[in-house]
Structure formats: structure tokens, C-alpha cells
Write a protein that binds this ligand. Sequence first.
Ligand code: T4K
Length: 420
Amino acid sequence: MAEPPVLTKSLVGELAICGGRPAFGAPLHVGRPNVGDRVRLLARINDMLDRDWLSNNGPYVKEFEARIAEKVGVKHCVAMCNGTIALEIAIRAIELAGEVIIPSYTFVATAHALQWQEITPVFCDMEAEGYNIDPGKIERMITPRTSGIIGVHVWGKPCNVDALMRIADRNGLKLLFDAAHAFGCSYKGKMVGGFGLAEVFSFHATKFLNAFEGGAVVTNDDSLAAKMRLMKNFGFAGYDEVIYIGTNGKMTEASAAMGLTNLESMETFVAVNERNFHAYERGLGGIPGLSLMRYDESESRNCQYIVVDVDEEIVGLSRDEIVRSLHAENVLARRYFFPGAHRMEPYRSHFPHAGLLLPETERRAKRTVILPTGTAIGADEISAICQILRVLVENAAELRESLAGQRVAVPGGTRKLRDA
Ligand code: T4K
């Protein structure tokens, strides 16, 4: 019979990385999907099957678009098959070209959506306090080839929209937002979705609102919305009439059914995420060197991410030593967005020295750890995770010594754990 997990640990020797039994019998993932009422979902799927209409702008997609536009307070929502294609289509529709300034501290899809269309992403550094692009560093990145800026609302905390709008206006640049994390969040009381020329949501399985896979571009611009509707459907304006270059960016009816069902549970998802956030706040309280990212309580927020900054000098362990220790316990914490898009291909080869201009990004990428939350976990799991972190930090010196001797597998052999 499998040995039971060990939820309470107080000694270094009990830690799984030191040979103890893992705290959890099954992996705790970051990004477990939030799923609403299954009965409602299956009823919708049955209706869809009865209707024999599975894709191509079906009734659920139209309803989903209307609901999203209404929630966000914009004129148009154009639903797509995922957030990356939605970004690509938005970038093409607003006619970005040449170079576009983006943060490097983002999921690599923001950069790829540009590079895929042979537009060069120019990486700008992030704020010292916070996780978004630093408006004060944008203008020095502008060249005669710059056509726009893509702001990313990282972790659902809106970037400094006012400053970005001023910079875009002053320099004649187009402004788009990657709002993949920020559905349900507001900036100065106005819902994210209504800023810039357009904003792009992701409804991937791991996102606050999921549609299995899915995405959308929201905008108040009528002609832009019409153009994107053509683009996501091969450019078809009628049965045999193609009037534009397009691709296949359509959302399926099954995805829209999932999205609609989850929209109905949005308040529950926020409440669960907030409850989890407060459980982490209590559990991590007083652990020196670990700081939990806070959400602005005067704004709408989805609290979808538990983001912890690890100050190695205070903690006595690096972020990576902490992540490895958590993984040994079956807590699959993530190092988003390590190592920064500028250190991924093809950007690493294109701009080998980009890191020199991105000191805050390089710093943050080494210090940030994302912990599990969402409807898949509860107070007991969070309390156990925090207790493990407390044992790690309180015994950092002893643990480091014990880890120093351990070797781990790396491509091409093994290395000392600390250097891997
Ligand atoms: N812009 C930004 C700022 C983004 O963060 C993203 C996506 C995009 C654009 C592009 O939007 P999409 O094209 O994806 O709609 C994950 C997600 O796949 C990705 O959507 C997300 N950002 C990114 C931050 O995280 P990976 O490569 O880390 O995925 P993966 O497979 O490691 O899964 C993440 C975790 O979720 C795992 O711990 C397992 C868990 N998981 C995942 C799925 C799919 C589940 O428990 N169940 C599931 O069904 O990128």
C-alpha cells in the first residue's frame, strides 16, 4: 500500500529533498483549471451536438462574445481559438510593423506573436517595484522603426496605462495590451479591455476564465473589429468571397460552451482565489525574505496568481533551491517568467546582450516563484505548503549544506544541486 503523504513537517530531516516522505501523495499544480457547473456544461455540449453546429461562429460563440463585451464594457469582442492567435491577429489588424516595444518579463507568446510576422520585439525593462513594463524606460528604446507598444498586465495587475497612453500619443505609436492574465481586473475603476486600440485575453485552461483553449480581442473600434472577424475566418466575407488575407482563428462551440459556463461561476472563482490568497498571507506572514505580491483592494481583481519574491540574502536559499525543495514535496511551483523572453530563442541569438538593458527583469526572473491556487486546492494544502516554506527558511543553512552534497541529473550527466 502507498505510504500516506506527510502534511506537517517541522524538521529538516522530514523534508522530501532530504530523504523524507513527500508532503503530498499527488502533484499540486500551478494552473489547475477552474471549472464551473458540470451539469450546465454538459447540457450545453448536448445542445451543441443536437444542433449539429460545432464551429464557425455558432450560437455559443456569439453569446460568449456578447457576454464578454458586456462584462468588460466594450463594443466588440472577437473570440478566437487561443490567446496567441488573438495577439497575432490584433497585431496584424492594427498594422504593427518594424519594431514593437514589449516587456521581456512576460510569457514568450507576446514576443512570438510579433516575431512570427517578422516584426522585431524590442525588450524593455520592468518596474523595480512590481511586475510590469517600466514606462520610464520605454522612450529610450524607440527608433525610427518603432511602430507600437504592447503593454502586458502581468499577473492581472494592470500596467501603468495612463503613462503608456501618454508615451504612445507623444511618439505617434500604436498601443495594444496583452491582457491574457487580466480578465475581470480593473484599472482606476475601469475594466481592463477598454484601453489602447485593443486588448487581448487568453482563455487557456490555466487562466482565471477558461474555455479549454481560447482567446479574444476586445475593442471599441468598429472597423478594427470587422477586420479581425475577416482575418480569423480566412478573409471570407461571403460563401465564395475572400477580401482579405486571413487565417483560422475561430473559437469552437465546445470552447464557448465552457467559457459561458465558467463565466457563470466567476464570482465563486474570485472568492476562492481571494480566500487562498489570504490563507497564503497568513501562512507566509513573518517568514523573513519571502514577500507575497499584493492585489489592489480598491480595484476589481481575479487574484489568479500567488506570486512570491524570494530574497536570497535574507532567506539563505535561492529561489531555485526553494523550487527544487517544493517539487520534492510534490508542490510543482513554477519559475514564471524565467529566464525572461530575451533569453529564449530566437531572441537570445538576435540580441545576445539584451540583458544589459534589462537589470530588473534579470533580477526578478531569478527571484520569483508562483505557488498553486484556484479551486483545486484548499486551506489544508496551503497551510502545509507554507509550513514547508517555513521549515526551509528556518533551517536554510543546514539545508544548504545538505543540498550541497547532492547531485542531480542535467543534460549530459549530473551536477552538484547548487550549480544545476
Ligand atoms: N500572453 C501572456 C502574458 C500569457 O501568459 C499567455 C499564456 C499568452 C499570452 C498566450 O495565451 P494562450 O495562447 O496560451 O491562450 C502556461 C499556459 O499554457 C499559457 O496559456 C500561459 N500564458 C502560461 C503563463 O502558462 P506553460 O508552458 O507553463 O504550460 P504547462 O503545460 O506547463 O501548464 C501549466 C500548468 O498548468 C502545469 O503545472 C499543469 C497545469 N495544467 C495545465 C493544463 C493545460 C493543468 O493542471 N491542467 C491543464 O489542463 O504555459
